[in-house]
Design a protein around this ligand. Sequence first.
Ligand code: OGA
Ligand code: MN
Length: 194
Amino acid sequence: MKSEHLIDALATQGWYIWDDFLSLKQVQEIKLAIPQQLTDARIGNGEKLQENKNIRGDQTLWLEPEMGEPIALYMDKMEELRQLINRQLYLGLRDFETHYCRYPQGTFYKKHCDNFQGKGLRKVTTVLYLNEFWQSGDGGELAMFNNDDQQLATVDPIGGRLVIFMSEDFPHEVLPTKTERCSIAGWFLSQKVF
Ligand code: OGA
Ligand code: MN
């Protein structure tokens, strides 16, 4: 069972790649359901857009279950994961926030940590890939590192694949895209927010 592998891998190495987490049909349905009002991603308050674009070039949209059945289904699956991880690993995950990301051709997201020095609420990161037609040469791979800056993996952003990792422990980077690339990033949080 993939869910058992996930728990084992999170406990021992802190990250896991879950292939076919969603079917390509489910991926297509999600893409169709996503409203197209995206905004340029921001890395912090008061950033100038141009400086920001030297760090990340994606456009994002926070997701809500009300946006449609396919998105609600994705969020239900993530809620199941939250409960599973809490039952098995006692991480005390209390909430989940998630946004859709579109990387136009030629964009990237420089190496960063989703929860720098454990100071934020983000405990576990998830990234679901929506690229049904991705092939090698398209770029946009996820490069993963440990906190000693050793590269651990280069993950192809293949449709239906879910990557899960402990947010504090794995700096990561989206390599430059040669074609549009879509993903849904999510974070399990240590506190409830709204
Ligand atoms: C992020 C992120 C990775 C990806 O949004 O914080 O690192 O592969 N995304 O889309
Ligand atoms: Mn990230």
